[in-house]
Structure formats: C-alpha cells, structure tokens
Design a protein around this ligand. Sequence first.
Ligand SMILES: Cc1cc2nc3c(=O)[nH]c(=O)nc-3n(C[C@H](O)[C@H](O)[C@H](O)COP(=O)(O)OP(=O)(O)OC[C@H]3O[C@@H](n4cnc5c(N)ncnc54)[C@H](O)[C@@H]3O)c2cc1C
Length: 607
Amino acid sequence: MASPALTEYDVIFVGAGTSGGVAAGRLAVADPSLKILLVEAGPHVKDDEAFVQPAKCLSHLRADNPVFKVHVSEHSEFLGRQQAVTVPHVVGGGSSVNFTIYNRAVASDFDDWEKVHENPGWGAKDLVPLLRKTENYQVAEGKDDVHGYGGPINVSYGGKFTNVGKDFLDVAKEFDKTRTSTDDPNAVIRDTNHYGRFQKFIDGKTGKRSDVAHHFLYNNLKTTGLEILTGTFVKRVIFENKRATGIEIIPNLTFQPNADATKSKVIRAKRLVVISSGTFGSPQVLERSGIGAKSILEKAGVTQLVDLPGVGENFQDHTTLFTTYHATPDSDTLDGIGRGDPEDLKQFGDQFWKDGTGIMAHNGVDGGIKYRPSAAELEAIGPDFKKRWDEYFVGKDDKPVLWMCQLSLFLGDPHSVPARKYFTIGFFAGYPVSTGHVHIKDGQNPDAAIDFEGAYVKRPEDMAVMKFGYKLGREFARRMQCYDGEFVPGHPEFPTGSEATVHTSAKPVPVGAPRINYTAEDDKALEAGIRKLVAPAWHFIGTNAMKPRERGGVVDPKLNVYGVEGLKVCDISILPSNVCANTYSTALLVGEKGAVIIAEELGIQGV
Ligand SMILES: Cc1cc2nc3c(=O)[nH]c(=O)nc-3n(C[C@H](O)[C@H](O)[C@H](O)COP(=O)(O)OP(=O)(O)OC[C@H]3O[C@@H](n4cnc5c(N)ncnc54)[C@H](O)[C@@H]3O)c2cc1C
C-alpha cells in the first residue's frame, strides 16, 4: 500500500479536489514550512493530455472510465427509473475533468448565504474579491473590477469561436429582441438576461485546461511542504476527546490493485483535519467517523460520536436537459475528438501543441444566457411555479430561473451514438426545489454502495421550469443554420401527427417562423420525456450545509464541523443554497475562503 513520507503532518486534507486543492496550495505557498498532506482517492494527472487538453473532456464520459465512480439512486419513484451520477476521483477533482465552462454565481446567491442562512462574511461584498483573486482574465486585461487579472486560473474564450456558437448568438439577436447581447455574460454581478459569448477556464496562451492540479498543487510541490498521496481512501477521521487528531487510510483497489485493503494506517494531524472530498465524499467521511444521524450510523455499524442529522441531507444539483440535434457536416464540433478519430486527434492535437489554438483548446460552448422570464413567460411556465417565483425570485432581480447554452458536440459517451456531427442545447434549472441525500450503508468500506437519492424533478415547480426550457431551447435549435434535424432518442416521444413531432431529418426554419404549438397531450408526453431524459449537471452541492445547527447545519461560517474540534469541511458540500451557475467558479471560491479562514486560525500571514 502506498504510504505518505511522514506519520504526522500539520494539516491533512481529505481529498485533493478543487476547493481542497486551492486551500492547500494557498496555505503551502504562504508558509512553506507547513507540512500538508492531501490524501486523494484517485490517480495523478500531471501533464496527461487526457486531462490537460480541454476538448478531451468528452473522453472522460466513456462508460469504462476508472476515474469516475458511479452512484445509482435507488429512489425511482419520481423518474420511474434509476438515476446514475458519475463522480470524479482524480487529483484536482472536478477541475481536472470538467467542461471548463466559466460561469459565476450572481451576487444575490452569496447574499443569501450570508443573510438567509446566517453566515457572516459569506456575502457578495466579501466573496467577489476572492473570485478576483483566483482569476487571470485574459480576455481584456484591467477591463473592470469584477474580474481578476493576476490569479493562477486563466480565463479566455479558448482557441476558437465555433460556427455553431456564432449561429446560436446570431439567432438570439433576431429571435429575442427583448434581451440584449454582451461579449461577457459575467461582467456584471447584479444583472442577468444577456446573451453572450461564454468564456472558459482555458489558458488563452497555451490552450491548456485551467485546473487546480497544475495551478495550485503540482507547481508548488518542490518549493513547499505539500505532499499528495494518491489512490488512497480516507476511511475515517480519528478523534481524541472529540478533537480530530488524524485519519485512517486504506488503499483504493482501483488504483492500487495489489494492495491489501484489510490493512489500514493511521496518519496524525497536529493542527487540523480538513475534509474536502466533495458533495458525495465528505458526508460519507463524516458518517464513517461517527458524525451524523443515529439511525443511519447504527444501520451502517458505526458508533455515534456527534448527533448531526444534517450530514448527507440537502443534496442538490441543477436539473438539466441536454437536448441533442444533428449538425450539418460543415459544423465545428468536438465529436471526432470525443470518438478518438485519428485524423481529428492528429490535426487538432498538432495545432494545440503548435500555438494553443483550435478546437482541442475548446469545450464546445460559445453562446448562452442566464434567463429570467418576462411576465408573459411566467404565465407560460404556469401555476405550478408561481409560489416559488413569489417566494424566491421576486425582489432579487439578478436571479435567473435557468441558464441555457449551445454545445458543439453530443454530450454523453461518444461511442453510444452514430458517428456524425451533433450540437446540443443544454439548459439548467438554476434553483430547483427538489433535494435528495447521500448516506453510507457500510461503515467500513469507502468504496461500498451508498444510499443516494437524487434531486431531479421531484417537485412540480421543477418540472414546470424544465418544460419551459425544452420548448425554448428547441425554438433556438430549429432556427440555427447548422440544424440538420433532431436526434430522436434525445427527445420526448410526442403523439403521432402532433405539431411537436421530432424530425430526424429537417432543415432550419426562418427566424420569424411561428413557435411550435404544444397541446395538452404534447405537454403530457413532454413530462414523460423529461423524466426519461433529465440529466445530472455534475453540480452536486449541499450535503454538509453551512447554516445554524438547529436548522440542519453541519458546519459553521468558519467551516468547523459542529460538535467537534480541529475538523473543517472545505468543498461545495457546504453550500446552504444553490447558485445559478456551473459550480467550478464557486468551488474555487470556497477554497479561497477556506484558505483565508484556516490561515487566520493558524496564524499564517500572506494568504
Ligand atoms: C464531468 C463534469 C463536468 C463539469 N463541468 C463543469 C463546467 O464546465 N463548469 C463548471 O463551472 N463546473 C463544472 N463541473 C462542476 C465542478 O467541476 C465541480 O462542482 C467542482 O469541481 C467540485 O469541487 P469540490 O472541491 O467540491 O469537489 P471535487 O473537486 O470533486 O473534489 C473532491 C475530491 O475528493 C476525493 N475524495 C472523495 N472521497 C475521498 C476519500 N474518502 N478519500 C480520499 N479522497 C476522496 C475525490 O476523489 C475528489 O478528487 C463539472 C463537473 C464534472 C464532474
């Protein structure tokens, strides 16, 4: 079994993912004498093309990829089927495999954490400067005081502007004259409803992915006290008188196949243990350590140390539909790279290594919008959503209801569909009401099956938003010049003869063409289709919510786990409520905030 160099460290991070990697990297640079161990269940990614080249993100979606752990929800009552989610186990966590879409939360999302969930220091006033600290906005240096210009994480448009993306934005200008266009949808933090060219977590100079592994960890290994132990699970945290003093580790047999999983080791932490195992991993580590609801721990054979029933509850994701269309042969898409076509790999790989441009330095996403409906559109979303709108959105004018983007690719296992060109309209419900849970069933084995309940269209409010989003996205798609028909398995099955029927082969309609009229029967078919097709967004949050203990909270505003000492959680499992954005930006932010909090407590200057 792989072992760390020492038996005792100052600080131990459980998981070398996004937030944990940022916090550990910041602390290590500020105080190079600090001995920091990151224990990571997955393997290294250093200079590995599959992780460094952004367009290769599609290759991770192959069903046989060992860096993704699959969890299946056994609660099928809402969808009428089981829902599987895939969770990355790799150094850098989500930052090493994600789609590099750059999208920041709106200001009221942060203010909700501070005011509604009672977390001083977590409002927009305090957090926007930390967003800037991480970022190096290469698009236009010094453009405004919303972006950052000297941080480790580069943000650019990537190596190309795909003709599919241009097409989407051209349609937007003509089709929806009530909303404006921008070259930077993240330029203003208290605004929404602008179509714009989406930027990417891609280095505009090299074309490489702006991940945490290479920009906070590998680059600091030689000059600081950082150490990463890979292929290893943290089974549990060790306590003495309710103070965290270390961790117990065992090998992850997927990456250490010859190790003995019955032999564990204890590594001691002198000053702090930080759980940064993500929304799926962190509640499991807490529960295996005896922190959680009694009934759950008892069933898993774990003795309770602290009664904290909020652990593993409040699971959220952005309910998503990735609706797929056939793209014309001249469309710029990533499908060939995803399939591993040798010609595409050679052509775009050569260009990438020559000057960091081209479609290999791209994620397929160019155009999108954070969408707040008009009064007429609210009517169309229907009565199921009315109460939610009144309670959650009114008075917070920067809150979109959904965001939508075009993707120049088929989103899924590229080998599961016929080899051709695709484009996708993805839309994400910003603040679904549905929640689920993540709990252990086995108190000993971190690799064992868990009790996972997804959070996908359990509530009519969420279904109403998804139906609206499908119809809207489809109107965009059929007006785009690259539209070459609809990928039938990716759409609902509408009644025969319906105006809403899906067409395998079709040409674009004029921008001014009437919208498809959906009958009540069509709407029923649409609901059934959404239950069949709804997808996780990989934006898992909330299972260790930062809120008062009596309201189901797990950590306080200093990220301390209630009821013990010397133990914090630092990843997006702490989010008490959702953000209307892809979550990488927010995970970086939690890492930055965690570093500041930990540095203050340990007396470290310069973070
Ligand atoms: C396929 C995919 C596409 C995405 N696309 C985008 C996008 O385009 N834009 C965007 O903004 N966001 C995107 N995201 C979301 C974003 O990347 C994540 O929300 C974010 O990285 C989560 O950060 P985290 O620190 O909370 O967890 P993670 O980064 O997942 O880190 C947790 C780490 O802990 C490790 N771990 C877990 N349990 C244990 C254990 N017991 N012992 C040791 N280690 C353990 C895991 O292996 C992992 O490395 C995507 C995510 C995925 C998976």
